[in-house]
Write a protein that binds this ligand. Structure first.
Ligand SMILES: Cc1cc2nc3c(=O)[nH]c(=O)nc-3n(C[C@H](O)[C@H](O)[C@H](O)COP(=O)(O)OP(=O)(O)OC[C@H]3O[C@@H](n4cnc5c(N)ncnc54)[C@H](O)[C@@H]3O)c2cc1C
Length: 532
């Protein structure tokens, strides 16, 4: 990936003229100082601190993984610095490389991972597992104070499909497989995981498990943690092999301790997942609702009806109007709220589910908008992150945040988070756009995914942190979760004890102390440090 941008710049499309004009109309012309000149990126900004690991440790690491798999050059260190949140991109664009690792180490097996962890423990070097680098919560910026250095443990060489069990419909994959490659390997067997987060093109299997990721087809396939049936994990104190049966009563399910552990408890070296047959048919319908409230009632009715659409998402009025799915027609969305309901699977089942859902939604007063909005959504589903770069180039601050709650709390959560973001970013009358959609749906509740845009002012990282803090406070006050699928990292940590309580935090610390007594795994990520 590009160090200052999302994805592959060759895939980026310029913002259409209409969208540019709309940006200027809403936010005013870009101040000369804030607009970023994308053409001036031949020389990357900032200088890397000198790599700090001793020659003897580097040579020990090289003995384990091979000399060519221990790198300390500027190019790789820059690429392994932080993740891809807007704050990460803004810091990278400003030449801030303070969080760069000293070295990037690429192990080729579980045993090599275990040996690197042993060396890191004995030299007191922090280790940051690196999958696809798409983290948006500071989970790749480990704390370096108290450590002799930081190693980015790049899992990219662990990229095989280990095993397919067609009888059980499971597959075992190595953690460094990126989404598209994992799906391509499984497609050779006629299978799919069905996990398609917006970061799918670059994120990895290990990252999905370590962050409890949730994909755009989660209504039908389930969140990634619901798909995992087995895990192998290298920890500084030994190997955990978990998952001998689809379900068990052998005490608490330790797989859940690893899922979402964000590299703080161990390094996931194998993931066994439930797989499904590649769908015979995929069809996505658009539905229009007079208001977000009407759409929410319909989403809930569908989620509680026993029908299982594969994709179910609902944009509020503002997001429907802006029409983010299709950059060519940004701002041209029809009125009301747009819902996408997708069905994937065997043709007969899709027809039956679609007919039943259509009857239900018509009965609730929805207007069937046909397949065109669904096709536009499918076509543009991985494009929005490129759009973010184009808006940052124009001096617009744009970022997302997400949360979830039970149905009875959704109205309050929506109103309070929106108000908090508008209050902070719109201070002094500045124009601010807050868009929202229901991104993941359960029988008992749903997640809300907010996209925010405002003119960059002063220090845009501080500007965003102030808005995010207000939104996070509102989330906690509403009794919702601080994160439905982006994970905790460092960014959400200040609100973690509100969510799991002091006892919960002590449990996390105790697990870490057992598995990682030297505390070298992703220090400061997920588990609040003592006294924090
Ligand atoms: C534009 C954009 C869109 C996104 N959309 C979604 C979305 O739709 N749904 C969603 O859930 N998330 C989304 N995310 C967030 C991110 O993509 C997910 O958290 C993803 O699961 C991270 O995977 P990764 O391989 O990139 O992990 P990384 O970013 O490399 O790592 C994430 C964390 O997991 C740890 N880690 C990584 N691999 C391992 C391993 N093998 N063992 C132990 N720890 C490990 C890292 O140390 C880090 O703390 C999005 C991010 C971006 C930038």
């Amino acid at each position: 990936m590009h160090p200052l941008r999302w994805g592959d710049p060759a895939h980026a499309t310029a913002l259409p003229d209409g969208a540019r004009a709309l940006v200027e109309a809403v936010f005013g012309p870009a101040p000369a100082t804030s607009a970023h000149d994308a053409t001036s990126e031949t020389e990357l900004p900032g200088a890397l601190p000198p790599p700090g690991l001793s020659a003897s440790l580097l040579s020990s690491l090289a003995e384990v993984v091979g000399e060519q798999h221990v790198r300390t050059d500027d190019e790789i260190r820059r690429l392994r610095t932080r993740g891809k949140s807007t704050a990460d991109l803004l810091r990278a664009r400003a030449g801030d490389l303070d969080d760069a690792p000293d070295a990037v180490v690429r192990p080729g097996s579980h045993d090599e991972v275990a040996e690197v962890l042993r060396l890191a423990g004995s030299h007191r070097v922090a280790v940051v597992p690196f999958g696809g680098g798409t983290c948006v919560t500071g989970g790749l910026a480990a704390r370096r104070e108290g450590f002799a250095g930081v190693v980015s443990l790049d899992l990219g060489r662990l990229d095989s499909l280990v095993d397919v069990d067609r009888t059980s419909m499971t597959a075992t994959l190595q953690p460094g497989l990126r989404g598209p490659r994992a799906e391509a390997l499984l497609a050779e067997h006629g299978l799919t995981i069905g996990h398609f987060p917006q970061s799918f093109e670059h994120a990895s299997i290990g990252g999905f498990a370590a962050t409890r990721s949730s994909g755009q087809a989660s209504a039908g396939y389930g969140r990634f943690d619901a798909l995992v049936v087995g895990l192998t994990v290298a920890t500084p104190t030994g190997t955990l092999r978990l998952g001998t049966a689809p379900a068990n009563a052998a005490g608490p399910d330790l797989r859940q301790l690893v899922l979402g552990s964000e590299g703080a408890f161990g390094v996931i070296t194998e993931v066994k997942v439930r797989v499904r047959a590649v769908p015979e048919v995929k069809v996505y319908d658009g539905w229009r609702w007079a208001s977000f409230g009407d759409g929410l009632a319909a989403v809930r009715a569908l989620a509680q009806s026993g029908l299982r659409p594969t994709v179910l998402r609902l944009s509020d009025e503002a997001e429907s109007a802006v029409n983010l799915a299709d950059p060519d027609s940004i701002g041209g969305g029809a009125g009301g709220c747009l819902m996408i309901v997708g069905y994937e699977g065997a043709a007969g089942r899709v027809d039956a589910e679609r007919a039943a859902a259509t009857a239900l939604l018509e009965g609730l007063g929805g207007t069937n908008a046909g397949e065109e909005p669904g096709r536009a959504w499918e076509h543009g589903r991985f494009a929005a992150p490129y759009l973010r770069d184009s808006l940052l180039d124009l001096g617009v601050l744009v970022e997302t945040l997400e949360t979830a709650t039970f149905w009875s709390g959704v109205d309050r959560l929506y109103a309070d988070v929106k108000a908090a973001l508008e209050r902070v970013l719109g201070d002094g009358g500045a124009p601010v756009l807050v868009l929202c959609h229901v991104s993941h749906v359960y029988e008992t509740g749903c997640s809300l995914y907010f996209t925010v845009a405002a003119r960059q002012a002063g220090d845009p990282v501080e500007q965003w942190l102030a808005a995010k803090t207000a939104a996070s406070d509102a989330i906690v006050a509403a009794g919702a979760t601080i994160t439905h699928h982006h994970a905790v990292g460092t960014d959400h940590q200040p609100w973690l004890s509100d969510e799991i309580g002091e006892v919960g935090v002590r449990v996390l610390r105790a697990v870490k102390a057992e598995l990682d007594p030297a505390g070298v795994l992703n220090p400061g990520v997920l588990v609040p440090l003592d006294g924090a």
